[in-house]
Design a protein around this ligand. Structure first.
Ligand SMILES: NC(=O)c1ccc[n+]([C@@H]2O[C@H](COP(=O)([O-])OP(=O)(O)OC[C@H]3O[C@@H](n4cnc5c(N)ncnc54)[C@H](OP(=O)(O)O)[C@@H]3O)[C@@H](O)[C@H]2O)c1
Length: 246
């Protein structure tokens, strides 16, 4: 914190904080107090920068949308990505047995996040005889019927993203079909938009503090490397998060 406004009570100059603000590809940025929490001392600044949006999305996907319970079987599709790498760790922390789906070069990463089982989607199909209590889908734009086949009769499907240019609606077709189908099924199919706020940021920081979550950082770029970093990210092959380091 370089400066605080008059109404700020929780932070002082010199504090290390983590959170959400607009225009963060910058050396200084103005943030609302309600969008910040103390930076967990366990994290480097680079790891802390990787935490907020993907971590919040994963937290809300696993805890609020998936309602993951201890002992449940959870499938995370896109387990090596920004959101997926957090989702695996948060589901494991919730006491679930997690299966991660990723590409060949990322299997070790996903295992290191705590997944009990890793499926390489370039080689392995989703097991025909296995039903998961919760499926969190963040990558690959896998057809809805495939995801539903992997889901228990009363399981929950949480579509976080992975949409790639749908025919009619430019990428949200799958999410809309899930919402339309949902009232007619025993399975719960849903999608959501993540939200940002202090309580969930603190919950995330607490998970870091307990050692349950460590942001997986793939690469960093300097501030003048933002275009390259964005191109790398948009290619969709990052192993965890990409961070701009100041
Ligand atoms: N709902 C929300 O509020 C919200 C919030 C944040 C993000 N999102 C969305 O969530 C999605 C993921 O975001 P992200 O930041 O995690 O992206 P990301 O870091 O690029 O991760 C996507 C991952 O998908 C994996 N993938 C690609 N093809 C796959 C396939 N066929 N099967 C399984 N995995 C595959 C890739 O891993 P491999 O290299 O191993 O294939 C990649 O690591 C994006 O669509 C984003 O727009 C939604």
């Amino acid at each position: 914190v370089a400066a605080v406004g008059e109404a700020v009570t929780r932070f002082a100059v010199g504090d290390q904080v983590v959170g959400v603000a607009e225009g963060c590809f910058a050396e200084y940025v103005s943030a609302k107090e309600s969008m910040l929490v103390a930076q967990p001392p366990e994290l480097t600044a680079v790891q802390a920068a990787a935490l907020p949006i993907s971590g919040l999305t994963a937290l809300q996907a696993v805890r609020d949308q998936g309602e993951v319970q201890p002992g449940q079987q959870v499938l995370v599709v896109g387990a090596s990505g920004g959101v997926g790498s957090f989702a695996v760790q948060i589901a494991v922390a919730a006491g679930a047995r997690v299966t991660g789906v990723c590409s060949t070069g990322k299997v070790d990463l996903v295992r290191s996040l705590g997944a009990a089982e890793v499926l390489d989607y370039t080689r392995d199909a989703l097991p025909a005889d296995h039903r998961y209590d919760v499926v969190v889908d963040t990558g690959g734009n896998r057809p809805l019927h495939q995801l539903r086949r992997a889901l228990a009769p009363r399981g929950r499907l949480v579509i976080v993203g992975g949409e790639t240019g749908g025919r009619w609606l430019g990428g949200v077709d799958r999410q809309l079909r899930a919402l339309l189908l949902n009232p007619f099924l025993r399975q719960r199919l849903g999608s959501f938009l993540s939200s940002e706020g202090r309580d969930d940021l603190q919950a995330l920081a607490d998970l870091v503090g307990s050692g349950a979550v460590v942001p997986a950082v793939d690469r960093t770029w300097p501030l003048d490397g933002v275009p390259d970093a964005m191109r790398y990210l948009v290619a969709g092959r990052a192993a965890g998060k990409v961070v701009i380091e100041l």
